[in-house]
Design a protein around this ligand. Structure first.
Ligand SMILES: NC(=O)C1=CN([C@@H]2O[C@H](COP(=O)(O)OP(=O)(O)OC[C@H]3O[C@@H](n4cnc5c(N)ncnc54)[C@H](OP(=O)(O)O)[C@@H]3O)[C@@H](O)[C@H]2O)C=CC1
Ligand SMILES: Nc1nc(O)c(N)c(N[C@@H]2O[C@H](COP(=O)(O)O)[C@@H](O)[C@H]2O)n1
Length: 321
């Protein structure tokens, strides 16, 4: 996907946000959203995870999530026939604003060394092009950040139920677009259930099957996965592009440093027309998690408004549990 390359080069890394004075502003209402505005808001060159107390402790990158949510916290309408969550940012009615959101989502991926999606996203979004698609961001990664054209794309799955012909395994033959190395992060039993024969016939088959599981083998152990990504794949900045099930688990494990949220000014409600429950940013409806004393606080580091319908929030997570 091409964009206007005559725009000014990206600025140098900004100073860390002043925690008592969040950065406030308005985004250009422009489908070709300038690189300089995007980088100024989502740069992470000044962000690092805190050092572990002991040298033998597990290491991890600096980690942020990015979600587009309705005002009541839903991530997708999930109506029969829907193939993606773009209705959440009101694409049919406000396509220019939705493009700004998409450019911002991609800016997060462009700054990352790896980003994580899930098996359930691949199943719900059979047509999604989940890679850095904008040429200006690919060039920015290569020329300004000194990174490869694409970050690692990590697919998290417990079941191993991965649609083998999904577009992530068949990117177009354009400069930089076939460079994503795909890592499938799973359990021993998930690895055994992967459709490896079909996957290996695709244009960009998985690069690695990474098993990093809990002691009982029922789930991926996030701390172990992040340690492997840090040590073996040199991942220092990690974007979580998953739904809320994973985001909630990361918050429970105190593993998320930053929450990025495009708040779309519409109300969705909990249920799709066929009775399915819509995915929520923090799906903890049936479990006790926190009290007023232990609930995580979110510190607003930056706010941007786009038109009169989208609010972009960048927030640090302060754990108290
Ligand atoms: N608006 C937005 O910003 C976004 C919207 N979405 C939408 O949200 C929906 C998905 O969200 P949600 O339902 O919350 O699901 P998640 O994307 O959080 O993924 C849940 C899946 O992740 C895998 N998984 C979760 N935890 C573990 C673990 N510990 N070990 C191994 N695998 C694990 C499992 O995959 P498996 O089933 O393969 O085993 C599980 O089904 C989709 O409809 C998607 O389109 C998604 C991202 C962003
Ligand atoms: N549209 C959008 N905006 C955000 O801010 C998001 N975090 C997401 N999330 C995920 O990004 C992927 C892009 O899909 P499309 O190429 O737009 O179909 C997809 O996995 C979304 O769930 N989306």
């Amino acid at each position: 996907m091409s964009t206007d390359h005559t725009r000014p080069a990206a600025p140098a890394a900004p100073a860390p946000a002043n925690r008592d004075a969040p950065s406030l502003g308005t985004f250009s209402h422009d489908p070709q959203m300038p690189l300089s505005e995007m980088v100024a808001f989502y740069d992470v060159r000044h962000c690092a995870a805190s050092e572990p107390a002991s040298p033998t402790a597990l290491r991890r990158p600096f980690i942020w999530s990015n979600s587009a949510v309705s005002l009541d916290g839903y991530l997708a309408f999930l109506e029969p026939g829907d193939e993606g969550p773009t209705g959440i940012v009101m694409r049919p009615t406000y396509p220019t604003m939705a493009n700004v959101d998409y450019r911002m989502l991609q800016t997060g991926w462009a700054h990352s060394d790896a980003f994580i999606i899930t098996g359930s996203i691949l199943r719900d979004e059979p047509n999604a092009h989940i890679r850095v698609v904008f040429d200006d961001l690919i060039k920015y990664r290569q020329n300004v950040l000194g990174k490869p054209a694409q970050p690692y794309l990590v697919v998290l799955t417990r079941t191993g139920d991965i649609p083998a012909t999904h577009p992530i395994f068949n990117p177009p033959d354009l400069p930089g677009h076939r460079d994503a190395k795909i890592i499938i992060a799973t359990t021993t039993s998930g690895a055994a259930r992967l459709p490896l024969a079909s996957l290996n016939q695709q244009l960009n088959p998985p690069h690695t099957i990474l098993v990093a599981e809990t002691d009982d083998g029922t789930s991926v152990d996030y701390a172990r996965l992040f340690d492997r990504l840090f040590r073996d794949y040199h991942v220092r900045h990690l974007d979580i592009a998953t739904g809320g099930i994973v985001i909630k688990e990361l918050i429970q494990g105190k593993l998320l440093d930053e929450v990025r949220m495009t708040q779309a000014m519409q109300l969705a409600g909990r249920m799709a027309s066929d009775g399915r429950t819509r995915p929520h940013f923090f799906p903890a409806f049936d479990e006790h998690l926190f009290t007023a004393e232990t609930a995580p606080h979110l510190r607003i580091d930056g706010v941007r408004v786009c038109g009169q319908r989208l609010l972009f929030l960048r927030m640090g997570v302060e754990y108290r549990h």
